[in-house]
Every structure is written in C-alpha cells, then in structure tokens.
Design a protein around this ligand. Structure first.
Ligand code: SF4
Length: 105
C-alpha cells in the first residue's frame, strides 16, 4: 500500500467516524474531543509521536465508545480511544486470552 493511498484511507475513515454520524449507535461521535482537530494528528506516520493525539483523547468523554468502535471494526490505523494500533492489538490479545481462561475455568 502506498503512503498516499493509506493517507486517503485514514482521512476518510476519520471523517466517517467523527464528522458524519450515521446512526444513533454512533451519536457518541458528536461529543468527540477531536471534532475540528486536524485528522492527521490521529494518523501519525510510522515512528512519529502519538503524544498530542493521546492528549486530545485523554479528556474525551466518549473515549470508551471510540475504543470499542475501533476494536469491533478492526481499525488497523490511527489513534482510537487514546490507544495506538499496537496498544489495541495488545488489548485484543489480552481480551481473547481472558475469554479463553473463562471458557476453560
Ligand atoms: S477518544 Fe480520541 S479519537 Fe476517539 S473520539 Fe475521543 S478524542 Fe476522538
């Protein structure tokens, strides 16, 4: 995937999730702290700092909704719910392990 196509995907995804709520289930987006913030901040280039984006997310009242949305939809890029893609992968693994432990208990 080229950098340009990734950028186009990233920006349209962010606009989709934050700026254009399509159902009551996604009305939480209207309360997002990142409304009006430069979308590129949430999709830093590989190796770039995520600190500023996470700072915006820190005080966001819909952080959990955002994170669960990203996990449910397998969002692979960007900061969602204050977590990077690597942090979301780790959380997904932890939840899967926890579910396996419950199933075998
Ligand atoms: S948690 Fe962050 S990315 Fe998600 S809606 Fe809030 S400010 Fe935006």
């Amino acid at each position: 995937m080229s950098v340009d196509s990734r950028r186009i995907g990233r920006v349209s995804k962010l606009e989709d999730r934050v700026h254009i709520p399509v159902s009551a289930e996604r009305a939480w987006q209207d309360q997002a702290n990142c409304l009006g913030v430069d979308p590129d901040l949430f999709f830093p280039e590989r190796g770039a700092s995520t600190r500023e984006a996470k700072e915006v997310c820190r005080g966001c009242v819909v952080k959990n909704d955002c994170l669960e949305y990203a996990l449910e939809n397998g969002e692979k890029f960007g900061i969602w719910g204050g977590l990077s893609e690597r942090e979301r992968r780790r959380l997904r693994r932890q939840r899967a392990q926890s579910n396996r432990n419950i199933a075998t208990a």
